[in-house]
Design a protein around this ligand. Structure first.
Ligand code: NCD
Length: 358
């Protein structure tokens, strides 16, 4: 039994296999329509969602399986104060596989450690969103034919945008990828992603506030929404919300094969006029997401995969991140891990730098 908390839980070979499996599903959908007969997927969504939830559910139905879900977190026992751990134990009694979206960073890891069936992270706060990355990777593969040597511009809310964190985790393992990080000062990519993902893999990145300057040199422009729900004060959100608006006019300075991606929903960061541009790929991402989720569900249900490798966790440090599940859940065992070079200690749930216990 194996769970997927981030894209790093899958090797690059496994990503290639998932892409090949999704392509086969696209080519021969009828051959897959009974594969999950008798199997049930539970969707536990504690945050709003249209695409992710519906694509998980559509994926399971198209595989011949069934879906269990609560209409919303406010109608589940979470509203009565049930912990993520207890919910995960409970749902394991009913379902064969679980997809969870939660507002706390690290909640999917808590669910995976307590469930007795595979758990898929469908987004944990501002932390990670691996199945959006699977949709993104299939899209990049179909549109560009490769992952190596791409210049990828990520634009918008790089601080709280979990899709950005997971996509960088995935792309950092390919050769010669260069990241152009386009964001306002307040919404820059978290340090741990820069140092322990991009730099650790010896890849280059540049930070800029200017979309216009970055646009001409990009192979991919990945736009993101400013994540209003993660801001503590609405004034800061209001000041930053229109930082970047991609228009048809701006697209004139992009290269002829620069692909524009966005995990959606968009608010106003891409003008609807750009939708007519053949370089716009965001609705293709939506469709690709369903096929990759079908491939992932099949892998987790039917491959005798090993349990996700157990890290060497320790307990005597303190996580001060108020958005971490270790702050929002009671009586949760604190878990910490050391960076590869031993220099930093991070919370295993949210990956923020931890403080030593005094
Ligand atoms: C993203 C998410 O939930 O993080 N949406 C999605 O799953 N397709 C992006 C966002 O909400 O901005």
């Amino acid at each position: 039994m194996r769970s997927i908390i981030d894209t790093l839980d899958l090797t690059t070979q496994e990503l290639d296999e998932l892409i090949a499996a999704a392509e086969d599903i696209i080519a021969h959908p009828k051959q897959y329509r009974d594969k999950c007969n008798g199997k049930k997927l539970a969707t536990l969504f504690y945050e709003p969602s249209t695409r992710t939830r519906l694509s998980f559910e559509a994926a399971m139905y198209e595989l011949g399986g069934q879906v269990l879900s609560v209409p919303g977190a406010d109608l589940s026992s979470a509203a009565k104060g049930e912990s993520v751990a207890d919910t995960a134990k409970t749902v394991s009694c009913y379902a064969d596989i679980v997809a969870i979206r939660h507002f706390s960073e690290g909640a999917a890891l808590v669910a995976a450690r307590n469930a007795s069936v595979p758990v898929i992270n469908a987004g944990d706060g501002g932390h990670c969103h691996p199945t959006q990355t699977l949709a993104d990777l299939l899209t990049i593969h179909r549109e560009k034919g490769r992952f190596d040597h791409l210049t990828v511009g990520l634009c918008g809310d790089l601080k709280y945008g979990r899709t950005v964190h997971s996509l960088i985790n995935a792309l950092s393992r390919y050769q010669g990828v260069k990241f152009i990080l386009i964001s306002p000062e307040e919404l820059k990519l978290p340090e741990y992603v820069k140092t322990e993902v991009i730099e650790k893999h010896g890849l280059a990145f540049e930070e800029t506030v200017s979309l216009e300057e970055a646009l001409p040199c990009l192979d991919i422009l990945y736009m993101t929404r400013i994540q209003r729900e993660r801001f503590d004060d609405i004034e800061t959100y209001n000041r930053l919300k229109d930082s970047y608006i991609l228009t048809a006019e701006k697209m004139r300075s992009a290269s002829a094969d620069c692909k524009v991606m966005h995990p959606l929903p968009r608010v106003n960061e891409i003008s609807v006029k750009v939708d007519e541009d053949p370089r716009a790929c965001y609705f293709k991402q939506v469709e690709n997401g369903k096929y990759m989720r079908m491939a992932l569900i099949l892998k987790l249900l039917f491959e005798n995969g090993e349990k996700t490798a157990q890290e060497n966790y320790f307990h005597n440090a303190v996580c001060k991140n108020p958005r971490c599940v270790s702050s929002t859940e009671q009586e949760l065992e604190p878990l910490f891990k050391r960076s590869a070079d031993g220099s930093t200690v991070r919370c295993a749930y949210c990956e923020q730098i931890a403080e030593s216990e005094s």
